[in-house]
Structures are given as C-alpha cells and as structure tokens.
Design a protein around this ligand. Sequence first.
Ligand SMILES: Cc1cc2nc3c(=O)[nH]c(=O)nc-3n(C[C@H](O)[C@H](O)[C@H](O)COP(=O)(O)OP(=O)(O)OC[C@H]3O[C@@H](n4cnc5c(N)ncnc54)[C@H](O)[C@@H]3O)c2cc1C
Ligand code: FES
Length: 256
Amino acid sequence: MDDKYKCTKIKEIITHNEFNKTFVLDHSFDEAYPGQFAMVWLPGIDEKPISFSAQNEITIKKIGPFTKKAFELKEGDKIWLRGPYGKGYKALDKPYYVFGGGCGIAPLKFFIKKNKATIKTVYLGCRSKTDILFLDDFIKLAEKNNIELTIFTEDGSFGKKGMITDTDEEFSDKYNYAICGPEMMIKAVAEKINIPKQTYVSIERYMKCAVGLCGECSFSGYRVCVDGPVFSYDIVKKLPHFGSKRRTKTGELIDM
Ligand SMILES: Cc1cc2nc3c(=O)[nH]c(=O)nc-3n(C[C@H](O)[C@H](O)[C@H](O)COP(=O)(O)OP(=O)(O)OC[C@H]3O[C@@H](n4cnc5c(N)ncnc54)[C@H](O)[C@@H]3O)c2cc1C
Ligand code: FES
C-alpha cells in the first residue's frame, strides 16, 4: 500500500458504451491484485474509490458529478491515484466460478487474467449486449484457457435471455465462488450458490480516507476500505446492513 499520490498520464481511453469507459494508465501498479482499488483524485473535483481492471487500468461508470468529470478526460491528460487499497480476491486451493454483473465485470476480468488456470466457469449478466464490458476479452480468455463462459442479457440481445440467477446449474463445495456487481445481484447469486464459506463478494460503500480512519465506509461494524472490499459471504450474509442500508456522502444511514 502506498498513501502517496501517483501522478500518471492517461495512455488510452476505451469507450465501451455511453456510460462506461476504461482508462489505460501510463503507470502500472504492479503490487495491485484483483478486487483492490485506488483512490482516484481529480483536483478541485473529488476523490473516489475505483477498482483496478488491470494493473494499469481503471473502468468507470458515469453516474454522478465525479464520474461525469472523469468522462471529460482525454488521452494524455494527468490523473492522480493513491493505493492499491483493501483486500481483493485471492487465488485459493479450489478452482473458481466467477459471477459478474454490470460494472462489476471489470475487476473480474483482472481476476480471471491473473488466475487463468484456476477458473472453471464465468457467468456474466447484463441488461443488454452493449453493457457487457470487455466481451471480446472474455470470449478469447474462455477459448484459450478452456473456461466455460455463460452470458445472460435481460433483453436477449446476446447469450441467454434472462438473469444470471436463471441458471439451473447445481453448485458444489468442490469450488470457490467470486461475485462482483450490484449488491442485490450479489445477494441473489450468493443465495443461489448457497456455499457461503467458499463464496467471496465485493462490497461498495462511500469512502473518504480509504485507510480505516474516518468510518465513512462503515458496514455493520466492518470498514469496507480495510476489512474488504472483498469479504467472505459467510460474514456478509449475517450483517444487518447487507442489501438494506448504506451511508450517504455526509454519513447519514439510509435505506438502499
Ligand atoms: C471499493 C470500491 C470500488 C469501486 N470500483 C468502482 C469501479 O471500478 N468503477 C466505478 O465506476 N465505480 C466504482 N466504485 C463506485 C464509485 O466510487 C462511485 O461510483 C463514485 O462514488 C461515483 O461518484 P460520483 O460523484 O460520480 O457519483 P455520486 O454522486 O457519488 O453517486 C451517485 C449515486 O451512486 C450511488 N453510489 C455511488 N457510490 C457509491 C458507493 N460507494 N456505495 C454505494 N452507492 C454508491 C449512490 O446511489 C449515489 O447517489 C467503487 C466503489 C468502491 C467502494
Ligand atoms: S473510508 Fe475511512 S474508514 Fe474506510
């Protein structure tokens, strides 16, 4: 972990669709591992946690003031990052099933690239084909590494029509499970798998310090920035705020 800001230039911008862009950076955060994040600073605007989608890459979804400003950045512009922070997905003894939804697909691409030999199956779920980030990368990774890839789109524009939870696969404790995506999707998938001790999920809460001091990311007593963002589902499923409450930018506890 490095708390100093690293100023780097944007080498390349990949526009996936209207709402998602990947920023390839000049600097490679070689110590970062999948599931970890950086605090990304745009001077005069704000600083926000964004996961690594590769050692020199972040993928941003445009949803509010900070991410809108990030979308105005051009190739060659400077950007400041501190990190990597938090606990990510670890390669474990048993092979993995990986489940990604929405923007959560991006850090999972990093995880799969780093752990090709231990990935058995990848499930991706999106509204429509245009929302599937890194589709070509996933197809190539699956073909080259003998990984089963199943994609669900809600409108049926690619893969199977429906939700990721529509799979009729039976899950066994011979595998580990990694899930990243919206909290309600995480809950639905983890409950379908029903092997909490071998399921790892990534949780998002607002952050300020990212080093465990301010309490902004409090999640039923855990600090997402240092205890997570990747947690065992065995812990998460028992927490009263999971799938129900989060703190606003000003620290107020509200329903999700
Ligand atoms: C560990 C971690 C990793 C993340 N990785 C990524 C990533 O790879 N790519 C990416 O685009 N975003 C990621 N985020 C979310 C990102 O930090 C927010 O999207 C960011 O706050 C948006 O800022 P904004 O000013 O554009 O919008 P805001 O005005 O801050 O947010 C708009 C709305 O989005 C929701 N929201 C935003 N941030 C959060 C949050 N942290 N928890 C719960 N709800 C929230 C709220 O409903 C809010 O009203 C991550 C967050 C965390 C905690
Ligand atoms: S963001 Fe400050 S304690 Fe987690």
